[in-house]
Write a protein of this length. Structure first.
Length: 298
């Protein structure tokens, strides 16, 4: 099997040191493996936040750092038909439902319930619209009320059956399909959402190793469930530690100060920038390089 990895930034901002780590981990896994392929995918479905100059800056910064990709870059904005087909398939299986709630209505419902239902990462959707009947759904849709598609995570878990995913750092993890609740798979405004687009495209691009930050570990429970439901290829995962600043905060909070552009403008060389993330990179890949010979067997 040929190892295929990807770096999938969103062109909604500049690359910072956290992105460089993510790119470097994916790139080095591909390069350590015979005929390994490293892909760059622009996750640009969030059109209101995307800016044209960020595509170019991301590519230029990667090239300047010596991180080269192998195939034509994929833009998720060109893949709406694939996401629509996946939504249609899930709709046929009755595993998604339209949600008409506004943010305010969800908050009010949490208050009304006294205690908001919690998932692993905080409050979860109270399943208000899951209880709507078909007639009520149709009336709201016909009257033009905007809606998002939500995964019925409880039903999805039952249909998908017991699942696991393999993470090269964390081992084999049993999937909890409802960990994040009934997540949105298609947003009201853009007709798609991260969880759906990422699994559809990782499978389309035959990605064998999905590498990304540990902050997304909980999302993989949703992704593995969707892969099983949609009959998509199951990749191996590697969730790596995040680059933190001196105060132990995630870099996203002060991304501009750590943006590659700013570091470049301040005279830092590519080698210096790579040295800044070296310790986290070693931590992220420590375990897998000791298993290097088996990367191609996975
Ligand atoms: N576009 C996502 C991000 O930048 C990609 C996450 C992933 O690799 O799955 O966080």
């Amino acid at each position: 099997m040929t190892v295929r990895t990807r770096f999938a930034p969103s062109p909604t901002g500049r690359l910072h040191l956290g992105h460089v780590l993510a790119a470097k981990v994916a790139h080095s896994i591909a390069r350590q493996s015979a005929n390994g392929v490293f892909l760059l995918r622009h996750e640009d479905i969030d059109s209101p936040r995307v800016r044209e100059e960020f595509y170019r800056e991301i590519e230029e910064d990667l090239q300047w750092l010596g991180i080269s990709w192998d195939e034509v870059t994929l833009r998720q904005s060109s893949r709406s038909f694939a996401y629509e087909a996946a939504i249609e398939a899930l709709q046929k299986m009755e595993l998604i439902y339209p949600c008409f709630c506004t943010r305010k209505e969800i908050q009010d419902e949490w208050i009304r319930m006294g205690a908001a239902p919690h998932g692993n990462c905080g409050k979860i959707y109270p399943r208000t619209c899951q209880k709507l009947g078909t007639a009520e759904q149709s009336t709201k849709i016909a009257s033009g009320t905007p809606f998002a598609w939500r995964l019925d995570s409880q039903k999805a878990g039952l249909i998908a059956g017991p699942l696991t995913f393999t993470d090269l750092r964390h081992g084999v993890i049993p999937v909890i399909p409802a960990l994040l609740g009934d997540v949105i798979l298609a947003r009201k405004d853009i007709g798609c959402a991260y969880h759906l687009a990422v699994v559809v495209d990782d499978s389309f691009q035959r990605v064998t190793h999905v590498t990304r930050g540990e902050d997304l570990l909980a999302c993989t429970h949703v992704h593995r469930t969707l892969q099983a439901l949609l009959g998509l290829q199951e990749p191996i995962y590697l969730h790596h530690p995040l680059v933190l600043d001196d105060a132990g905060e995630r870099l996203a909070k002060r991304a501009d100060a750590c943006s590659i552009r700013t570091l470049r403008e301040n005279g830092h060389s590519p080698a210096e920038i790579l040295r800044m993330i070296q310790h986290v990179f070693e931590d992220a890949t420590d375990n897998i390089y000791s298993k290097k010979s088996s990367l191609n067997d996975l």
